[in-house]
Design a protein around this ligand. Structure first.
Ligand SMILES: [Zn+2]
Length: 86
């Protein structure tokens, strides 16, 4: 009596009819605007690594390019002292 593993009584049926829940999330890439499958993207939440880098670059640019509106003490001051009017 061979112990055939293929005839396992408790093995799940190996048919193609097994319903597989298609839980795929469709997203729109914020960089290029294309729609893609989140689960299939190598660089979620973007459609591709390239788009992710582009977006990251944008972010950094914006961050650096912010106009300086912080400490007024560091900003160039435009005032005249009546003292130095020559
Ligand atoms: Zn994209």
């Amino acid at each position: 009596m061979p112990n055939d593993p293929r005839s396992h009584p408790h093995a799940p049926p190996m048919t193609a009819e097994t319903p597989r829940p298609n839980k795929l999330t469709r997203l729109t890439c914020a960089t290029c605007g294309r729609s893609f499958i989140l689960e299939q993207s190598p660089a979620a939440p973007f459609c591709s690594e390239r788009c992710r880098m582009i977006d990251l670059g944008r972010w950094l640019e914006e961050d650096i390019g912010l106009p300086f509106e912080g400490d007024p003490g560091d900003a160039p001051v435009d005032y005249r002292e009546s003292d130095s009017e020559d």
